[in-house]
Each structure stands twice: as C-alpha cells, then as structure tokens.
Write a protein that binds this ligand. Sequence first.
Ligand SMILES: [Zn+2]
Length: 634
Amino acid sequence: MNSHPYGPVAPTAAALAALHPLPLTAVRLRSAGLLGSWQDRNATTTLPHCIDKLDDRGNFANLRRVTGEFHGEFAGFWFADTDIYKTLEAAAWEIGRTGGSSDFLAETVDLLEKAQDPDGYLDSYYQVDHREKQWAELHFSHEMYCAGHLIQAAVAAARAATSDAAAQQILSVARRFADLLVRRYGPGGEDAVCGHPEVETALVELYRLTGHRPYLETAKRFVDLRGHGLLTSDRFGPGYHQDHQPVRTADEVTGHVVRQLYLLAGAVDVAVETGDTELLQATERLWDSALDTKTYLTGGQGSRHRDEAFGDPYELPPDRAYAETCAAIGSFQWAWRLLLATGNARYADEMERLLYNGIAGSTALDGTAFFYSNPLQLRTGHDGSEETASSQRLSWYACACCPPNLARLMASLHTYLATGDDEGLQVHLYAAGTYTAGGHTLEVETRYPWDEQITLTITEATPGPWTLALRIPTWCSSAQLSVNGEPVATHAGYVRLTRDWQAGDRVELTLAMPPRLVGAHPRVDAVRGTAALARGPLVYCLEHADLPTSGPLANVVFEDLELDTARPVGVQHDPDGIAPVTLQAPLRARPGETSSLYRPLAGTGTVAAIPYFLWANRAAGPMRVWIPVAPREA
Ligand SMILES: [Zn+2]
C-alpha cells in the first residue's frame, strides 16, 4: 500500500546514519499530553486558519492569474507561492496522521497543475508580469526556494497519502519542476545557486523518495557552488545570500539566519547520502559555532533585525532579539538531521530546548496568532506596531513564512520524537503516546514537561534481545531509572536497556526538575548581571500580568524588579492557571526613577514566573527572561 511510509527526513539505506527514523505512524501522541494537544490544535485551528488566510491574502489568486481565471494584481511578496506549499505539506502530514480531508490538497494540486508551464516551470510571480526576468535574478528571485517547498509538499503527500490520486498528481508536478532544475543547473548545466537556500534539502528528499540520483547530484552541486561569488552582489552582500564562503571551509555561522540554517540542513542531507564525512564535519563545526556563541537561551537564533542576521559572537540582546520563528524551525530541522547522522544526544537536547521554548512560544494558546520574531524581553512602553517586533502575536504577516512553517512542523511532530529499527528504540523526546519499533510497542504515560515522572510500559514484545535507549537531558542533574522496580544507573546522554522484553515490563524514569537559576557567559554583555529561571526543559519569564495589585510590589515599574537570590525560588502547581507549574520568583523592586536623596528600602515579594512559551496570552505588557540580580548590599 504505502511504500514510503516515512516522515520529512528519511535517509536511504546507504546513507551515513547512526539512527533510523521510524515509519510515519510508529509514534501516536495522546491529546492529553502537551505535544499531543499542540498537534491537535494545529490540525483543528492553525491549519484551517492558514488556508483561510491564503485565500484572503490572494495567494491562490496569484496562481489563478497564471491560469487566466483572475485578472487582478499580484498579491504579497514575490515568493508567496511558498506559503501555499508549506500549508499543503502540513495538510499532507495531517492526512497521514489522522486520515483527515484531502479536499484542500486535491483542489490546490489541480490549480498548480494548470498553472505549471509545459517545461515544468511554476512561479506565479514570474509567469505573468516578469517573464523576461525568469531565471535572471537568482540572488533575489526565490524561484528555487519556491521549488524546494513544492517538492517538500509533494514528498509529504507521497509519503503520507499515497492512496490519494492528488498525492501522485502533486508528485508529478514537483518532479517536472525538479527535472527542469536538473536540466538547467544539474551536472553539466549552468553553475548557479538560489539566493535563498531550501531546494537542497528538498532535492535530496526527492532523491530519497524516488531513487533518481540526478536530484541528489544537483543538490550536491548547489551546496558545493556556494561561496564562489555566483550570485549578483546587492546591498545585502554575499553573507545574506549565503554565498560568502564555501560550506566546507566555513567556521562560523553568519548572515541571514534562516538561509544559513536551511543550507546547513541541506549540507547534512548531501553529506550523509554521498558519504562525505568532510562536509558532515563542517556542519558539526558550524553547529558548535552557533551553539557556543550565537544562540539565545530559548534556542532562538538571529540577534539582528537588519537583514534578519546572526550577530557577532556573544551579541545576544534579549530585547532586540530577532529569533525568527522560521529560524527556530530551521535549527530544529538541522539538529534532527545531525542527530540521525551522528546519534549524538546533544542534538536531541537542542531539539527539546527549541520545541518547548523558541518554537512553542511563537503560537498563541488559541492556535491562530503567531510571533514572527521572538524576543526575550519586552520593555514598558514598547512600540509594538512594527510587524517583526510586535508586542502581541498577529494573525498573519505580510511576509507570512512563519505560520505555515509552524503548521507543517507540528503536523509531522510525532516523527521527530524517536528513532529505531529491529535492534531497538531510541526515545529522544518524551510525550504521552504509543511508540512502536521492531516488534515492540510501548505506552508512554507522562505529564512531561510539567511532571518529572515518565512511565514506559511494554505492551507488545517479540522474543530476543532488544534495546530501549532513553535520553537523559543535560539539564537534568538527577535522574532515577528502574526496570520492573530494579534501579538502573544513569548518565547524561542515552541510557541503553538491553533485554528480552516481555509485555507488562515497566520502566520508570524520573527526571528531577528543581527550579534552576541560569547565568549567561560574561561576554554576553546585554545580560551581564542577570539570571534566568528554568525548570526541566522550560525557560521561564516574568510577565507584567503576574505582578501583584497590592503589597510592596504593587504598581512598580516592571524594569525596576530584581531577583533576590538570597531567597529560594518556589514551585507552584496550579492545574487551573495559565501554566500547570509556575515558579515563585523572589523579587525586590528598586525604583530607578527616583530623584530623592534618601528613599525607602526596596519592596520585597514573590511573583509567579511563567513558561516563556506562554507569554503574551493575557493583557499586553512587558516581559523578561533575564532578570537583574539584586546586589546583596542593597
Ligand atoms: Zn518566518
């Protein structure tokens, strides 16, 4: 029936791969869990919201201009087709996950097929008004970036919904475009790259799906041709377009963040499928540079609004953090590919941090509003009118790259939680649900990340030794593990439990989650003298809505709050609150605006800190992750 039952990334048997992704339906999340509820919310609200917005904003009309069914102006940015493709990808994963309606897929694919040129070209911006510029401004055009998202949508449809005629239809449309790319730019073709990487990962995945090697060879060319000055230089410069240095010799992530991350994800794909260890090592070296000096506590990346770029090492201002949602998703996708290639737990640690902080925070509780940038501080008096520095999530954006990117990630989230094969199962991210691999099925019960307890019960087993590997996160300094009540020693990384498992065997894992105070490297000048609160994988923040209305901390200016580290941070469980677990932050207020020569001692109190991902779901107001630490003598 379904001969390609995998998620977004499925290395071939010949690839350099330490771990193997599970089939598409091997992990089923339960709605009661946090990740399961996000996935359900994505299906019931975010995905329909994206489809409505694409209709409202003219994205479909852009394609109808090509078919002659609509005669108005082109709407939105010139790469607006990608928002359709990412939404299609999300819809395809949903069909695979829940068997949901495929009407949107079928109708949209019909439109795409009609709009496509006979030679395979498809780009609603260039097909009507700008024919003379087709393929002529690759630094700017996003033509291959758009093609990449079309290809990824087709791969999703082929893997998730192969019984559907529309899935074969979109795969044909995508292959016609991919074949055109191979003819123009593949081996023996013109030396060229796109100003916005993305097609590299897509072509490798299309190779993995079809076995057609020219797709892989063309992707390899696109990776290797970077850094040779092929793109027209404009005011943005070569770093913006990721043409500043060959990937293999680069030692620092730089330039436009999303472009850098998408390129590096594609470089890993090419490296593992071609056995290119030098290229794989280059991506790991660049990962070090990103994580050592250019990543926010939330996993977000990109500290410059100008050109949506990485800053210098340690340039990580919390209030001007750009930290685009798409960058967090790109980082997650890059980390997943490195995890599959190497089996190194550090990549799973980063995926967890991104998922619960940088990514989770970008969607509102109701699933229909989104942040584009994800700052770690919002000041009193912030002017939230700028789209990419808004103080509240917006229902859509002029450049709407982020919401459909979230939709496609969330619709495929269950494919990123574990890996495995006949030898065993490796659980990277814990969530309530059912996990199946190699003739074994586990029921995972947990309220993670709110609770420390994770119970894994074997419900089906086949005879013979089989290994269950459980990740102990680096944030956890005290983990307890037992199998049928017998304690097992733990260590950071993967603890491997090999035995002849029987149905009914029970594994109990406790990841202790005391509140933590986190400090930054002193060279991160912008947060020197501050601390952040964390518990488990969650970064916490103070938000104005939680300030008391009476007592010593009432009516203080938010920025005058300081953390009193002489007192302990409390933990409060409140099933009916905005967060099931808040941290009780011991604070003092030191008025910064007084002109008095003498003044009262600081007011002291305790304020609830909430998980960062939940901020801006109540009354608008200031927020901060990094809190100034009160001097002991004050
Ligand atoms: Zn975006």
